[in-house]
Ligand binder design. Structure first.
Ligand code: ADP
Ligand code: MG
Length: 730
């Protein structure tokens, strides 16, 4: 048995100890450093065979790595001129790259654990991605890695790379240029594509990891590690899933305090929403959850690969703007207008408004035909010096947070010189700059200089502005604090009882019969009661007012008004007849429907009110989300909604009310009085706390929550309880 071979753990007082090792491989950020800066790398499954993974990874390691490479293969004497050892235990390595057949991987990884090899990269495929047998193998792999506390990447990974040590432990074709971008990708093909493409784009990498199946280490572990890594300027991710959304949020919030993180998340369309039985569930696809989750995490989201790396390039510069004001300095009118439009379209950016001094100085420095207001047009015949003067003056304006410098090919400029000038100005002023080189061959010298000197440059003005937009977004992230939501006083015991009422029922939905939940959480409701005979209905109505609202109460009727189950403005004298009518409508609709009775409710004057919706949906990765939007019966048609992770505090709830398209409606439009926003905000945060407190509420709609100048009233409720989660909740 190879286990008896002497290993590096021998003589270590802490002991070569498997079973006693702490299992949480990912929890220690510094521990991952060994994955990117090992001393001795064992390649288990190294071989000379052309076209094999074992050969490709050995060759890549031999190319630049400044440590030692030890091939492991019991059936060979040597590989690529290096002498082989028979087992990983004999390699005395601190990292192992595993490229053996799938059936042998678990044993090899156990051997790594036994011989104190902490860092393991499993290239072998044929695990969770291939069906039940593979999934089982992956489970075994995970438990062995946990037992020994291994930093395990993969399986089914292309490998890892790290430029400071020249480490290329992948079977891809090339190593990336060096730089400050650390990149993780859930797709190996994407790694090879990006590395190849980056060469021409002036993007350099610190660490690159192909995450593979993420059996052990996942996106959260790498965000944590790179957040602490002084050599990583920006973290970039291509992700298909985030496994534990809440853990990711916690870790990313800390990392993004000084390291920007930007990701593209693929798989945006989502079929899961169709099964939902609430408005909120129907609108909340997993993409809305990722949107809310990434935003909560302070992670920037790119819509395309191009945007991802445009953003990375801008962020890698390290300067964060002091203001959202953008100046445009151009020698060409049209592109200047395009850049100006793009600034207008970007949510966080605005055109900087120059102070008088700036305008005066520009007037003195530039010819009469020039434009001295933003966008600054230095005119087609501008020399490098004139350009520089205009830039210096602009960069000194206090409202200018970042600058787009645009040039088209002109006969008067030396573009190598122009590139140097732009880079000098960027260095001297410490203000982020994006260059827009609107040309090809003629501008190539400028492009080369800027690439070398780390100033992002783009052909398209909109892309240049896109880079600055990422900087503005990151500026917002850096300025954040994440306060705990204010506590909500609530009668939790009462809610627990109401939710438990579904136990043993065939249906897990509750409707207006559960409105008492609102009382328990301090959300105002109209006066009213659920009754089960016409006489009682009349009695309740008399106590309320001259006219009331009546609604059928049945777990089998989801949308009451769709079947004529809501009567608004019923005079007291007609209440008894209305009762009978509602019941018979329900019977006609579904003869065997369970009818719990009729709700008699105070009539709210909607003339000066707005119907809003507050909802919740539990996402498998990110947990409970809270939604706010324009409510009423057309919610899904309007889809004017916004999501957050629940619970939210007052500030976040207030942001939600500002974010929807209908926000001006709430704040009073066209002579209408504004609604009581504070009451809306309070209701949103209370509902968000309710769903956070009770994981058994998997879906919930408060639709409408009627907002008026005098306050809010929750007039309708629908929620779905997961009976299996009833037991475990607080
Ligand atoms: P459902 O959503 O099941 O159809 P609701 O209780 O939401 O039933 O009622 C449908 C619509 O009736 C509401 O969107 C609102 O326009 C109106 N409505 C319901 N209750 C009241 C009320 N108490 N006062 C005024 N209008 C109401
Ligand atoms: Mg409703």
């Amino acid at each position: 048995m190879r286990d008896e071979a002497p290993g590096p753990g021998d003589g270590d007082p802490s002991g070569p100890d498997g079973a006693g090792a702490t299992a949480d491989a990912g929890s220690d950020a510094a521990a991952l450093a060994g994955l990117f800066a090992p001393e001795r790398v064992a390649v288990v499954g190294a071989t000379d065979r052309e076209g094999s993974v074992g050969r490709a990874v050995t060759e890549n390691l031999l190319a630049e790595f400044d440590g030692t490479v030890v091939p492991v293969n019991p059936s060979r004497e040597e590989v690529l001129g290096l002498s082989c050892v028979d087992s990983v235990a004999e390699a005395d390595a601190d990292m192992a790259v595993v490229a053996v057949p799938p059936g042998d991987v678990v044993d090899v990884v156990r051997e790594c654990g036994d011989s104190e090899v902490r860092n393991v990269v499993v290239l072998t495929a044929g695990f969770g991605e291939t069906g039940a047998e593979g999934a089982n193998r992956e489970q075994q792999l995970r438990s062995v890695a946990d037992e020994y506390g291994l930093n395990l990447v993969g399986p089914n990974s292309l490998g890892v790379m790290s430029s400071p040590r020249g480490l290329n432990a992948t079977f891809g074709p090339d190593a990336p240029p060096a730089g400050g971008v650390s990149f993780m990708s859930q797709s190996g093909a994407f790694v090879t594509a990006v590395v190849d493409w980056a060469k021409g784009e002036g993007i350099g990498f610190k660490d690159v990891v192909s995450l593979g199946n993420k059996a052990v280490l996942d996106e959260t572990d790498f965000v944590r590690a790179w957040g602490d890594d002084p050599d990583t300027d920006v973290v970039v991710g291509y992700l298909e899933s985030i496994d534990d959304g809440r853990a990711f949020v916690d870790v990313a919030r800390e990392a993004t305090d000084d390291t920007p993180v930007t990701v593209v998340k693929s798989g945006r369309t989502d079929a899961g929403a169709q099964a939902a039985s609430s408005h909120t569930g129907a609108i909340a696809g997993s993409d809305r959850a990722y949107e809310a989750g990434l935003d909560a995490a302070g992670v920037l989201r790119a819509e395309s690969v191009q945007e991802l790396f445009d953003s990375a390039r801008a962020l890698a510069g390290g300067d964060v703007p002091d203001s959202d004001g953008v100046a445009v300095v151009t020698n060409a009118g049209g592109p200047g207008v395009m850049a100006t439009d793009a600034v207008g379209d970007a949510e966080r950016l605005r055109l900087a408004s120059f102070g008088d001094e700036t305008v005066d100085r520009l007037g003195e420095a530039l010819p009469d035909e020039a434009n001295v207001y933003n966008p600054v047009d230095v005119i087609g015949d501008a020399s490098v010096d004139r350009f520089r003067e205009a830039l210096d003056i602009t960069l000194e304006d206090p409202d200018v947070g970042s600058v787009v410098v645009i040039t088209a090919p002109t006969a008067t400029l030396d573009f190598g010189e122009l590139g140097e000038m732009i880079a000098d100005a960027a260095d001297e002023h410490g203000v982020p700059m994006a260059a827009c080189l609107m040309g090809g061959k003629r501008l190539a010298d400028a492009a080369d200089v800027l690439r070398e000197r780390g100033v992002p440059s783009y052909f398209d003005p909109a892309r240049a502005v896109g880079g600055l937009k990422s900087l503005a977004e990151y500026r917002e992230v850096r300025g954040r604090s994440y306060p705990e939501p204010e506590p909500v006083d609530a009668d939790r015991e009462r809610v627990r009882e109401i939710l438990s009422s579904v136990t043993g029922r065939s249906d897990n939905r509750l409707g207006v019969e559960a409105m008492e939940i609102f009382d328990a959480y301090g959300v105002p409701t109209p006066e009213g009661a659920v009754v089960d005979d016409p006489v009682e209905a009349e009695r309740v109505a008399e106590g309320i007012g001259e006219e009331v609202v009546m609604k059928i109460v049945s777990p089998d009727i989801l949308h009451k008004s769709d079947i004529g189950g809501v009567k608004v403005g019923v005079p007291v004298a007609e209440v008894a007849d209305a009762y009978e009518d509602l019941v018979s409508r329900a019977r006609n609709y579904q003869p065997d429907a369970t009818i719990l009775g009729v709700q008699v409710q105070e009539l709210i004057d909607l003339d000066d009110g707005v119907e809003t919706i507050v909802g919740s949906h539990t996402d498998p990765q990110f947990g409970p989300l809270v939604m706010f939007g324009l409510g009423g019966v057309f919610v899904e048609i309007m889809e004017d909604t916004t999501f957050r992770l629940a619970p939210v505090g007052r500030d976040e709830a207030a942001e939600m009310t500002e974010e929807i398209d209908a926000a001006p409606l709430l704040r009073g439009a066209r002579g209408r009085e504004a609604v009581d926003i504070d009451a809306v905000v309070d209701a949103v945060r209370r509902v968000s706390q309710l769903v956070a407190d009770f994981p058994s509420i998997v879906e919930l709609d408060v639709n409408p929550l009627v907002a008026t100048p005098d306050g809010v009233r929750a007039v309708d409720l629908r929620l779905t309880v997961d009976p299996e989660k009833l037991e475990t909740q607080s």
